[in-house]
Design a protein around this ligand. Structure first.
Ligand code: NAD
Length: 496
């Protein structure tokens, strides 16, 4: 059995804790590895190492830091296929989708390579007589990242390349369900020439997270995961004096307007609802149909679902792989059961599907509900599986009201051919990321990623300039050089 530990001070180390968790291949149901869950003292050791590495790395000129990132970028590009395979074997997603995940992560490293330019500050000459003022951004210190199972490469890459480019040192705590690809990132970064101790990976569960959240040497926490844990992480981190960004769950709605191109909307919704088995925080899980658009839309989705190929993610024919664990499969199926009990119409039932290649894997097919109403559990809760709910309303205002009053506000989309409707939607909708005829509007690395309401706790989105602001402290220097001695001044200095 493959035994996985941590990556600390530039090398892979085995865990010394007696607590372990099992890692499975979701396509076969086989246990493939055993993961050591870090103890408090193991996490404290990683924090000490990151803390020791901080002064030298923070003092390394940004242009030299960028050169290490450029080498890392090269190694990532050379290893896309390997990383994608590691993701698929532990997460279950199809290989093409896993490659897409790696590419979206690589784009953040490309952004971080521009750090000498990004860190340029502001300078004002003569804010007073012979007084100048300038602002710089300096590293925050030891930072920690805690990531979810559904993007084991992309989400860590949202965090640590920018933090490290800014001169911080970092401890990553990946999901205990699929940590192998994250550990591989650490090996590649070390191979790129990153000094020991600047980037570390500790594997673990709540015990490891709590140690990071409460330790006085950790200055910033970047979290992505479910809403209850995001809320807890933000509250605890703040209580212990850290800056925190904590991204949570989602229930992304798409509005289909009566004038929408139905074929395009259906194709977009199939990928957005069932891609990665719905295990994406930007998946569309609710379609709000206006007026008569529901019937043709549902008929077309039903037809398409007949052709959805649910196979092991490593099979090049697969559209959708298994769910991540048996437990998650049971949860998603029970959500579908509850939707039926609550009175929604299950137009396509994917709870049980059969295929010779499924073995003991955690497979289910795509499910489609019609006539879902806002009082139902399947409408209110994040299911995080291949389940699409159709809510029928009469007009656009009702659709907007549904989105704006939902607990979550991560992403949303509108399908329409009318510019006025699209523009008005983008202005008024209460969500952090908006798509216009784009089902999954994930911002590029040089913009920033984040939701509103119960989808994000904290003030900063991820990556782009928001990432840079989160991982740096602003300092403003005011300096005076004058030939004559100055006098004491007891009133507020102003420019007269
Ligand atoms: P999760 O909240 O169960 O776990 C996330 C991380 O928190 C993991 O590293 C886990 O070890 C840790 N954790 C779990 N329970 C904890 C506890 N009690 N105390 C401290 N730490 C704990 O999430 P998940 O199931 O791995 O991922 C799926 C969730 O992540 C979904 O809700 C999804 O919407 C969300 N997500 C959000 C975004 C976003 O950008 N908003 C992106 C990806 C995933």
């Amino acid at each position: 059995m493959n035994q996985l530990g941590h990556f600390i001070n530039g090398e892979a180390v085995s865990g010394s804790n007696s607590r372990n968790s099992a890692i499975y291949n979701p396509a076969t149901g086989e246990q493939t590895a055993q993961l050591s869950l870090a103890s408090v003292s193991e996490v404290e050791n990683a924090i000490q190492i990151a803390s020791d590495a901080l002064p030298a790395w923070a003092a390394t000129p940004p242009v030299r830091r960028a050169r290490v990132l450029m080498k890392f970028l090269q190694l990532l590009n050379d290893n896309v296929d390997e990383l994608a395979l590691l993701i698929s074997q532990e997460h279950g997603k199809v290989l093409d989708d896993a490659k897409g995940e790696v590419t979206r992560g690589i784009e953040v490293v490309e952004f971080a390579c521009g750090i000498p330019h990004l860190l340029k500050g502001e300078y004002s000459e003569d804010v007073g007589t012979r007084v100048d003022s300038w602002s710089v951004r300096q590293p925050v210190g030891v930072c920690a990242g805690i990531s979810p199972f559904n993007f084991p490469v992309m989400v860590p890459l949202w965090m640590f390349p920018i933090a490290i480019a800014c001169g911080n040192t970092f401890i990553m705590k990946p999901s205990e369900k699929d940590p192998t690809s994250t550990l591989r990132l650490a090996e590649l970064f070390a191979e790129a020439g990153l000094p020991n101790g600047v980037f570390n990976v500790v594997n673990g569960d709540k015990e490891a997270v709590d140690t990071l959240l409460t330790h006085p040497r950790v200055s910033a926490i970047s979290f992505v995961g479910s809403t209850p844990i995001a809320r807890y992480v933000q509250k605890t981190g703040i209580e212990y004096g850290k800056r925190v960004q904590a991204l949570g769950g989602a229930k992304n709605h798409a509005i289909v307007m009566p004038d929408a191109d139905i074929d395009s909307a259906v194709n977009a919704l199939m990928g957005a609802a069932y891609g990665s088995a719905g295990e994406r925080c930007m998946a569309i899980s609710v379609v709000v149909t206006i007026g008569d658009v529901a019937d043709p839309l549902i008929a077309a989705l039903k037809e398409k679902l007949k052709d959805l190929r649910v196979l092991p993610g490593t099979n090049p024919e697969a559209d959708m792989g298994p769910l991540v664990t048996q437990q998650h499969l049971d949860t998603v199926r029970s959500f579908v059961d509850s939707g039926v009990k609550e009175g929604a119409d299950l137009v396509v039932d994917g709870r049980q599907i059969d295929h010779p290649d499924h073995g003991d894997g955690y497979f289910m097919g795509g499910c489609l509900f019609d006539n879902v109403t806002p009082d139902m559990r399947i409408y209110q809760k994040e299911i995080f599986g291949p389940v699409l709910a159709v809510v029928r309303v009469d007009n656009y205002e009702q659709a907007l009201e549904l989105i704006n009053s939902h607990e979550y506000g991560n992403g949303t989309a509108i399908f329409t051919q009318e510019g006025h409707a699209a523009r008005e939607f983008a202005t008024r909708v209460q969500a952090g990321m908006v798509g216009i005829n784009v089902p999954i509007p994930v911002p590029m690395a040089f913009h920033s990623f984040g939701g509103w309401k119960g989808s994000l706790f904290g003030d900063h989105h991820m990556h782009g300039m928001e990432g840079l602001r989160f991982f740096t402290k602003l300092k403003t220097v005011t300096s005076r050089w004058q030939a004559n001695k100055s006098q004491s001044q007891f009133s507020m200095p102003t420019m007269k």
